[in-house]
Design a protein around this ligand. Structure first.
Ligand code: A2P
Length: 274
């Protein structure tokens, strides 16, 4: 999928240690570099610090482990994946005997300082966060002695969950919103709240698609990029990987953008109940 994506023209690759595929993703990137198709600097790889690695002394070794698996010298962006910490250790989802997650008390600001040190060491070109709300962003931004503010916040964002308030806040503070699940997720019940209807079946998205000879998926992606939200659509299907890239040859009118904005249900697909 990564190789087809690179051949198609994608350059931003959203990864994470916890996706258990950094080895394969790194290999695909390196093969494309070896082929001469791209240079390392053409790729924008985002890696993520998992919940079990928040203690400041674990941050750099964790990023170094990711780089070793990827066999890359640096990531373009390293982000704190979630604002809550789990007990450090081999179990990525540590649970007690009652099946409850074992959390770990850490200071997000101290974690952030360790992230800053990774940037200073050249291991990450930029640093950011994910799943942070306004209060958590402010906590970092108001930290005494802040060296670098988060460049981006990766959160769920799509026509059914448009995040108007967070988007405005981030705009004011020059923080890029990266929207995950821009197509409404794979609707895997093990982690998705499927009580919210399937995004791509939406009649408005489909009707607007008809006008431009585009699919509902393309309209959803175009809507996001047109409001300044970076999208990271996921597909393992070559045809859909290509389809999701064909969104730069048309634009939605202001009226259509408003119509799509009005679809917001304020309901998350990815509730992250942990
Ligand atoms: P597949 O991998 O079989 O293409 P999200 O990016 O919001 O997480 O959505 C991912 C889901 O959407 C996956 O199940 C993916 O399936 C599917 N998908 C990706 N691109 C399209 C598309 N253009 N049309 C319909 N479904 C798509």
């Amino acid at each position: 999928a990564v190789k087809i994506a690179i051949d198609t023209g994608y350059r931003h690759i959203d990864g994470a240690f916890v996706y258990y595929n950094e080895h394969e993703v790194g290999q695909a990137i390196r093969e494309k570099i070896a082929e001469g198709k791209i240079k390392r600097e053409d790729i924008f790889y985002c890696g993520k610090l998992w919940n079990t690695c928040h203690p400041p002394e674990l941050v750099r070794p964790t990023l170094e482990k990711t780089l070793k698996i990827l066999q890359l010298d640096y990531v373009d962006l390293y982000i704190i994946e979630l604002p809550m910490a789990f007990k450090p250790g081999d179990a990525l989802y540590p649970k007690d005997e009652n099946g409850k997650f074992i959390y770990h008390e850490t200071d997000l600001c101290a974690t952030w300082e360790a992230m800053e040190a990774c940037k200073d060491a050249g291991l990450a070109k930029s640093i950011g966060v994910s799943n942070f709300n306004r209060r958590q962003l402010e906590m970092i931004m108001n930290k005494p002695g802040l060296k670098y503010k988060p460049v981006s916040n990766q959160v769920e964002c799509h026509p059914y969950f448009t995040q108007p308030k967070l988007l405005e806040f981030c705009r004011q503070h020059d923080i890029v919103i990266v929207g995950y699940s821009p197509l409404g997720t794979s609707r895997d019940e093990s982690w998705v709240n499927v009580s919210s209807p399937p995004l791509l079946k939406d009649p408005v998205l489909n009707a607007i698609g008809k006008k431009y000879n585009k699919t509902a998926a393309q309209i959803a992606l175009r809507f996001s990029i047109q409001r300044g939200v970076v999208v990271i659509p996921k597909s393992f299907n070559p045809q859909r990987i290509r389809e999701n890239f064909q969104i730069f040859d048309f634009s939605l009118t202001e009226k259509e953008m408003k119509e799509i904005e009005a679809l917001n249900k304020n309901v998350r697909y990815v509730e992250l109940l942990m």
